[in-house]
Each structure stands twice: as structure tokens, then as C-alpha cells.
Design a protein around this ligand. Structure first.
Ligand SMILES: [Zn+2]
Length: 252
């Protein structure tokens, strides 16, 4: 969906229930910055198609907001097209971890017949693991032609999380630093990481975004932005007080 003059969201891409995952892009005059690639090659095809249709002829560049496979699973699709994928220097997923993710997907299929057929392979059809080929280890600014995109390190959910800020349009792509409707996933770290996450929330709140594209869930606009950030902050503060993630022991 189009959010502003330059910014678009591609929402509702598939992942393991109940999760769907978001991506998006910022279209400059000569460069379109794709934010996340979905969980598989088919999602990447969708994101790529929208990005090309919105601004035909633009060069494409990809940025990953974090290391988890729901955000980087489509990287291989873009790399096969010769498109650079930028991401935090800490994103380097070994092939064995990707194979384990596919196995976990398959184990979670309720139907024994589909499990036996290995239908998780259908979800990951054509999907090749590809890590970023361009590294980010500090805040960075991309000139997209006629507009800029600021890459801001916003760690906490993982150490590799970053956000993409389109200042002229007031649109912020947060990755999983903010999720809407879902409980945030705190299981990738502990209280020290969660305190870092709170500082990242302070940082993005200070930008006063008009629109947030969260890593998961519906886009937040206007007063929903403050509410979405506040909801994540409360969950983290409670987890720090209890010393435990609200979903500890589960899979998220
Ligand atoms: Zn995610």
C-alpha cells in the first residue's frame, strides 16, 4: 500500500502462524530502497514486483532490518538479480540454521500427511539463504535521488536490528523493534538486551514519525504510533521487572 509520496508498505506476507510479516520500500527518483525481503523467495517476488511497478527503471537496493529468517528469507531472490543487500554486520546465518528453520516449519504442520510430504519445502520453494553482501555497522544515510533514507541502529530485539527513516515523509520502518497487535518477541535476548531495546524505542519516539511500518501487524498512523510504541515499551518493562519474557518457553 502507498503510505506517502515516496513510501510504501507490503504487508501480510506469510510466515508461521500466527505471524505474518511486513516489508516495504522507499522510492527515490533514481534508487528504490527495499526494506526486508519477506520469509521466502515467493514473498520476495511480490515485494520486487510492487517496487518495480511503483517506480519502473529505478535501481534497487535492499536493506535487512535484522537477522531472523522472516525478514531475510527473500534475500537470495534479490541477490540472484545482482541487487545489493545491505544489513547489520552481525547478520551471518549459516546454512545449517536455515535448514533447521525449514525442519521446524515442517514439524509444526498439523496434518500428518502434509508433514510426511515435507510441505515446508513448498513454502520455501526456490529460497536460497543469502546473507547481506554490504555491511552496516553505524548509522548511515542513503541518497535515493530527491529524498533520503536514514538507516538507524535500533538494537534490542536482536543486536542486528535497525530501522529505516524517511524524514521527508515522516515514515519509519521499524522491523521488530515495534510490532503491532502481537506481543513483541523478547526471546532472542535477556534483560540487558531489553534495556537496550527501551533505549531504541526512546530513539524512534523522538523522531515523531507520522507512520510506522512495524515488522509484524498493521501499519500505525497518527495517534496509533504512540500507542504502538507504548504497548511494546510496557511489555518490555514488565519483562525486566519479572526477569522473564512473556513468551518464555514458547516459539516466536
Ligand atoms: Zn520478525
Amino acid at each position: 500500500m502507498r503510505l506517502s509520496n515516496r513510501c510504501y508498505a507490503v504487508t501480510g506476507l506469510g510466515y508461521s502462524a500466527p505471524w505474518c510479516v511486513n516489508a516495504g520500500f522507499v522510492a527515490g527518483d533514481r534508487l528504490t530502497l527495499v526494506v526486508d525481503t519477506g520469509g521466502n523467495a515467493l514473498a520476495a517476488q511480490t515485494v520486487h514486483g510492487y517496487a518495480c511497478a511503483a517506480r519502473p527503471g529505478n535501481q534497487l537496493r535492499v536493506i535487512d532490518t535484522e537477522k531472523h529468517f522472516d525478514h531475510i528469507g527473500g534475500n537470495g531472490f534479490f541477490r540472484e538479480l545482482g541487487i545489493d543487500v545491505w544489513g547489520h554486520a552481525g547478520i551471518a546465518r549459516p546454512a545449517a540454521e536455515f535448514e533447521a528453520e525449514i525442519a521446524e516449519f515442517n514439524d509444526a504442520i498439523p496434518s500428518p500427511a502434509r508433514r510426511a510430504r515435507g510441505e515446508a519445502r513448498a513454502f520455501f520453494h526456490g529460497t536460497q539463504l543469502a546473507n547481506p553482501n554490504r555491511r552496516i555497522d553505524a548509522d548511515t544515510r542513503f541518497d535515493l535521488g530527491g529524498c533520503t533514507a536514514e538507516i538507524l541502529l535500533t538494537p534490542g530485539h536482536t543486536a542486528t536490528n535497525l530501522s529505516v527513516w524517511a524524514p521527508e515523509d515522516g515514515v519509519l520502518y521499524t522491523g521488530d523493534c515495534v510490532v503491532c497487535e502481537y506481543l513483541p518477541n523478547l526471546d532472542a535476548g535477556g534483560p540487558a538486551d531489553w534495556r537496550v531495546w527501551l533505549a531504541s524505542l526512546d530513539r524512534i519516539e523522538s523522531l515523531r514519525p507520522a507512520v510506522i511500518v512495524p515488522g509484524h501487524g498493521p501499519v500505525a498512523r497518527g495517534g496509533e504510533v504512540q500507542a504502538a510504541i507504548g504497548a511494546v515499551r510496557r511489555v518490555i518493562e514488565e519483562a525486566i521487572a519479572r526477569g522473564a519474557s512473556p513468551t518464555a518457553g514458547g516459539v516466536a
